[in-house]
Design a binder for this molecule. Structure first.
Ligand code: HEM
Length: 296
């Protein structure tokens, strides 16, 4: 993590640190588009380096990076699943509300009406059309984002394996990040400001930074000439190793300075998984059952 922050300040220096700290660390080897020649070679990087960490500190940073990228991923995901289940059980076991939640006039097809309430959000569309547009873009993009992450797994090839692009070639990242910024800024305005608590702002800021670090990688790969040092194919080996519980050091495949962006992205994702069961986002799991209850 500390290495990650350092890398933001001095990318060249960071590569020197990484390679000094891990013998097995491969040299920076960006995958260039066909016909392009690299301008930043390992020699250039070595000569530009000006930070040399004591070996014990470099080893410590490597261990922290490994902990974030491998064991903590499993811990965070399991924690999230267990506490989501506990929270759901508590909610479903709670005594029924002493008043009716039903919406009148009742509809002929309550299940269809509940689905429409949940996914089309007609009340919001009527009263806050701009908010509704951002909500729709966000939710559709978020589903595509989940697909995009799954697509990094080997053998799922919605986007061809050899492509540098994530699903949507960076546009999915725009589709989640821009609405999130809107959701944050609308909280600063009356009347949302008065009903917002610190946790609302903190959660949005966490998710915005989480997405921005993902965007850095995906936009770098899709929208820049040389791309990101690590491509979808490299991430695919990391995801496969996580899926098969090999506990291999991701540094085997994820080379160069940009690794620290991935580490920060994963750390923020883990923080998100730890916070999720206790956050307002749980509404998304409950909105369909609640709407069913109100329409029955
Ligand atoms: C442990 C869990 C996660 C891992 C290992 C992970 C890993 C990655 C990687 C490697 C990329 C870049 C892929 C590429 O450029 O080919 C990426 C992109 C991205 N990630 Fe994650 N991620 C995780 C969880 C999350 C979560 C929970 C969110 C948001 C709630 C998120 C949001 C994003 C975004 C917005 C992008 C850019 C998408 C685009 O521009 O199309 N990630 N992620």
């Amino acid at each position: 993590m500390a290495l990650g922050l350092l890398s933001l300040l001095s990318p060249f220096a960071m590569d020197a640190v990484s390679s000094a700290s891990t013998e097995a660390t491969p040299t920076l080897a960006p995958t260039l588009a066909p016909g392009l020649t690299p301008t930043v070679t390992p020699d250039v990087i070595a000569s530009a380096s000006n930070v040399a960490l004591p070996p014990w500190l470099a080893t410590l940073f490597d261990k922290v990076d490994y902990f974030i990228m491998v064991p903590l991923v499993y811990v965070a995901i399991q924690f999230c699943i267990v506490f989501l289940i506990i929270r759901m059980l508590k909610i479903f076991r709670a005594p029924p509300a002493p008043f009716t939640l039903q919406i009148f006039p009742s509809r002929k097809r309550p299940a269809g009406a509940a689905l429409a309430d949940t996914f089309a959000m007609p009340q919001i569309r009527k009263h806050q059309p701009l908010f509704w547009v951002f909500l729709m873009v966000f939710h559709v993009s978020f589903l595509l984002l989940i697909l995009g992450h799954l697509d990094i797994l080997p053998r799922i090839s919605l986007v061809p394996e050899a492509s540098r692009d994530m699903l949507g070639a960076g546009l999915v990242g725009v589709g989640v990040t821009v609405p999130l910024l809107y959701f944050l800024f609308r909280r600063f305005r009356t009347p949302n400001r008065e009903i917002s608590v610190y946790a609302d702002y903190l959660l949005l800021i966490l998710v915005i930074f989480l997405c921005l670090f993902g965007d850095l990688m995906s936009w770098g790969n899709s929208w820049t000439q040389y791309g990101f040092v690590m491509t979808k194919a490299d991430f695919s080996q990391y995801f496969a190793s996580l899926a098969h519980f090999t506990f291999q050091d991701p540094r085997t495949w994820l080379t160069g300075t940009h690794y620290h962006f991935a580490v920060i992205h994963v750390l923020l994702a883990e923080t998100f998984f730890f916070v999720l069961p206790f956050s307002k986002i749980v509404h998304s799991f409950l909105s369909l059952p609640i709407n069913l209850l109100r329409r029955k």
